[in-house]
Ligand binder design. Structure first.
Ligand SMILES: [Zn+2]
Length: 506
């Protein structure tokens, strides 16, 4: 059974009136493709719950109130002055967005919408400004001693008795990263704004309320404490994270203890998932290097990108290296899954296909990707592409050829005769003569491919020399795609070209 369905069956037993699935992300810059995995994994649990008849909802929170803690390489130097400020108070690098956070969040949201995930979006800043967080803020500040003990227990190191689980947004310089609290009297906290190694504080000192209202953002809980606080405020019942947060002694362990021991809220069902790497590397959003989620949608159609994440078991790493045969193999696997679905031959694979759909279930083209790669490089193949209803995949085939395909599969049929007569031997010329005669007959590509070996032998040349005569004449290289197909797909060009070469050599 598909893993998300197994989880749904398990969750159904607890008979909650509503299962609330949640995931989150800090939009600190261009969002790396790896962050999509969390969105899809939670989406699959949500859809499996719904399919099993459990009432469920799915929300996604953008933590737009976190501080900017690094300058991505693609941003101008002038953004340095915003280091330490909450992301929602920093201007957008492009016009038309309310903030820096909104700009990058919207870009990411579009990608997950494109691949069929439609969680309800929330903004952490709004949760605070609405006043909904005030209750848990008080609970956490009142329980500062207990929270310090939990930190000490998990991280095995001493926490200062004057440390409090809250970050004030400095009323003077606006930064949230630079403030320290050393006292809480039940109503206000005592704050000092200090220099950090990576950004300066302003020296402000005073007593301030930690509670926000619609006109005033007071500050935030530290994120591991906040993770638990959000579970309680929203009513989350299902939420996991990638393995960096889910390891033993990691953020999830800490949030779980805060949830149970401080907030008396049951820990949501944890959905663990492995990383999504590109070419073996994990990318960081704040450093701004690597493949972003939106770049990935340029190289794969939405249903294929979704399929990549659906078909891989969530505990298994995805290491996607777009070079070589990775992309053609993914398309082949997708067609195989479609076959399983439409012929009802393999229920697990059929379910994977079903859950990979972005909208309604859609039958993919049945012609293989490698075949399409040959067709787009041959003239006059538009009719075949149309006949196979494969137009929608063509842009991705072209991108693959341009950016990732090995040289052996790349060719273009020359529009004029190459100057090859000096390079061809008598045996090769005779071989082309034979092909020219045989092209008058009707052939299946496999059959023709096979015969080429025999005809080479008949003319006392090696099959390598035979094939290179074909390639040199048609595409000007000594290697190329399968010759049987190349000849039939370009038979008009082949016939006139061979004739020309034979005439010249006689
Ligand atoms: Zn300050």
């Amino acid at each position: 059974m598909f893993w998300a369905d197994t989880i749904a069956i398990e969750l159904k037993k607890r008979k909650l009136p509503l299962e609330w699935v949640d995931d989150m992300k800090t939009p600190s810059g261009k969002i790396h493709v790896g962050a999509l995995r969390g969105v899809v994994v939670h989406d699959l649990v949500y859809k499996a719950l719904r399919d099993s008849g459990v009432k469920a909802t799915y929300t996604y929170i953008f933590d737009d109130h976190d501080p900017m803690d690094g300058l991505p390489v693609y941003l101008p130097k002038e953004y340095e002055k915003y280091l330490g400020l909450p992301l929602f108070k920093i201007p957008s690098p492009e016009k038309g967005y309310k903030s820096y956070a909104e700009y990058y969040a919207k870009d990411f949201e579009k990608v997950f919408n494109d691949i069929g995930c439609f969680p309800e979006i929330s903004w952490a800043s709004q949760m605070y400004l609405s006043g909904k967080m005030n209750g848990v803020i008080k609970e956490c500040l009142d329980a500062a001693t207990k929270i310090r003990e939990i930190y000490e227990d998990i991280y095995k190191k001493e926490v200062s008795k004057t440390w409090y689980p809250f970050k004030i947004c400095c009323p003077k310089c606006g930064k949230i990263a630079t403030t320290d609290i050393d006292n809480w009297n039940g109503e206000t906290v005592h704050v000092i704004c200090r220099d950090l190694t990576w950004t300066k504080g302003c020296g402000f000192e005073g007593n301030l309320t930690p509670f926000s209202n619609k006109n005033h953002f007071a500050g935030k809980l530290p994120w591991k404490v906040e993770w638990a606080a959000k579970w309680k405020v929203i009513g989350v019942t299902v939420e996991g994270a990638g393995k960096d947060h889910m390891s033993k002694g990691g953020s999830h362990d800490l949030a779980s203890l805060i949830s149970e021991k401080v907030l008396a809220y049951p820990v949501p069902y944890p959905v663990f998932y492995e990383w999504f790497l590109i070419g073996g590397r994990k990318m960081s959003t704040s450093k701004g290097v690597g493949v972003t989620a939106s770049e990935m949608t340029e190289i794969l159609p939405p249903e294929l990108l979704r399929f990549l994440m659906v078909k891989t078991k969530k505990e298994q790493q995805i290491n996607f290296d777009p070079s070589g045969e990775t992309i053609p193999s993914l398309f082949d696997a997708y067609q195989e899954a479609a076959e399983a679905y439409f012929t009802k031959s393999n229920s697990d694979l059929a379910r994977i296909f079903e859950l990979s759909q972005v909208n309604d279930i859609k039958k993919p083209p049945m012609v293989r990707f490698s075949q399409l790669a040959q067709w787009v490089q041959s003239p006059n193949m538009h009719e075949m592409i149309k006949k196979e209803k494969a137009d929608e995949w063509i842009p991705y085939v072209k991108i693959w050829l341009e950016r990732f395909a090995p040289d052996e599969v790349k060719f273009s049929v020359l529009d004029k005769s190459p100057d090859v007569k000096v390079k061809l031997t008598e045996g090769q010329i005779q071989f082309l003569k034979k092909i020219l005669l045989e092209l008058e007959h009707k052939w299946e590509p496999e059959e023709l491919q096979q015969m080429l070996f025999d005809w080479a032998k008949e003319n006392n040349i090696s099959s390598k020399d035979g094939f290179s005569a074909i390639y040199l004449s048609l595409i000007g290289k000594s290697y190329g795609p399968k010759a049987g197909w190349l000849l039939l797909e370009n038979s008009t060009v082949a016939k006139s070209r061979f004739k020309e070469i034979i005439d010249i050599s006689e």
